[in-house]
Design a protein around this ligand. Structure first.
Ligand SMILES: NC(=O)C1=CN([C@@H]2O[C@H](COP(=O)(O)OP(=O)(O)OC[C@H]3O[C@@H](n4cnc5c(N)ncnc54)[C@H](O)[C@@H]3O)[C@@H](O)[C@H]2O)C=CC1
Ligand SMILES: O=C(O)C1=NCCCC1
Length: 316
């Protein structure tokens, strides 16, 4: 017999229900559970991807099951390498939350806010674990959706004296500065933005390296979020070879990250290994966190949204 229809929780509502201070601890716990490779904690295959050649994009399917937590979800995410003139978003996503016992669909949610916030949340965790103590300067390369969520997460959860941004189109960087709450310096080149920076976030749609190792201060931490295809790059070989490389998922990085595959470097550890105390955090060395995005991050974010939605709907 069919159950109640799924609730639909769309963009504005997800935005009002999801907050970094609740999301980030759950993400940290989920990254640790993923890296424990305990199938009762997390089952999450590497993303299946279907090319949408005509539209210069991809459909990614990201199912996840957390048996101990009773969470079953899948995200459907389309991502595109849009031309400069397009007004369509680069990432479009929906998250489905199911009851693992019956298979009944509990909720259908907008996945764009979830994708923006959980990605920025994971990067903020990487910075918390891997940046040098006393880090003062944050540089963000790219000024789209992910740049905004990273700015919000990093300035809310960490503390920087200076934030710099660069975009390949200066007007994009100026618009970004007007849209954020705090002071940001627009830089005319990547080199100007990253020289002396302690933490660098790369959130561009570039398919070629934009960040060169020779500009990066030794000991800086880089959260590399774009370039999520095996032949796309954001970081050059010199940076990849100089840095200790961490990833959200080792298998994901080896299947999908051009920066890892084409530079030929080893992934030293998953972020979850550091959280679990299995691998060290080399804070004093140059570190790269290669983020590909994981279903388990969407699962915990969607479960949190659903719980908050229920609490609000039933005034718990
Ligand atoms: N690791 C993860 O979990 C996730 C990764 N992504 C990836 O992050 C990147 C950014 O995503 P969004 O902010 O949603 O995209 P967006 O389209 O909102 O922003 C992209 C930014 O890159 C700039 N850009 C475009 N072409 C460029 C080029 N050739 N060189 C340098 N900059 C360029 C744009 O001007 C814009 O500032 C994309 O590659 C996306 O696929 C997105 C979601 C999750
Ligand atoms: O994890 C995700 O969601 C995405 N990862 C890489 C590309 C865009 C979406």
């Amino acid at each position: 017999m069919a159950g109640a229809p799924p609730v639909i929780i769309w963009e504005r509502e997800v935005e009002s229900l999801l907050h970094y201070k609740e999301l980030i601890p759950r993400l940290e716990e989920a990254l640790g559970k993923f890296s424990s490779r305990d199938s009762a904690e997390v089952i999450q295959p590497v993303r299946s991807t279907v090319p949408l050649q005509k539209h210069n994009g991809f459909l990614g399917l990201m199912p996840t099951y957390m048996e101990n937590d009773g969470v079953l979800s899948t995200k459907l995410v389309c991502f595109y390498n849009r031309g400069a003139g397009s007004t369509l978003p680069s990432v479009s996503a929906t998250v489905l939350l199911l009851d693992p016992e019956s298979g009944h669909m509990k909720a259908v949610m907008d996945g764009e806010v979830i994708t923006s916030m959980r990605t920025a949340g994971a990067s903020a965790i990487s910075a918390k674990l891997l940046m040098r103590p006393g880090a003062e300067v944050l540089a963000i390369l790219g000024t789209g959706q992910q740049a905004l969520s990273h700015y919000n997460a990093f300035t809310e959860m960490l503390s920087f004296k200076e934030v710099r941004v660069w975009n390949h189109r200066r007007e994009g960087a100026e618009k970004f500065c007007r849209s954020v709450g705090g002071p940001v310096t627009v830089c005319g080149s990547v080199e100007e933005a990253v020289r002396g920076a302690d933490v660098i976030v790369t959130v561009t749609r570039s398919t070629e390296p934009v960040l060169c190792g020779r500009w990066v201060k030794p000991g800086a931490h880089v959260a590399a979020v774009g370039a999520c295809r095996p032949d796309w790059r954001e970081l050059d070989d010199s940076l990849m070879k100089e840095a200790v490389v961490y990833a959200d998922s080792r298998e994901g990085a080896m299947a999908e990250s051009g920066d890892v595959i084409l530079s030929g470097v080893e992934v030293f550890a998953e972020l979850g290994d550091v959280i679990n105390g299995i691998k060290p955090a080399y804070r004093e060395k140059t570190t790269v966190f290669k983020s590909l995005g994981m279903g388990v991050e969407d699962a915990v974010a969607a479960n949190l949204v659903y719980k908050q939605w229920k609490a609000k709907a039933y005034k718990l």
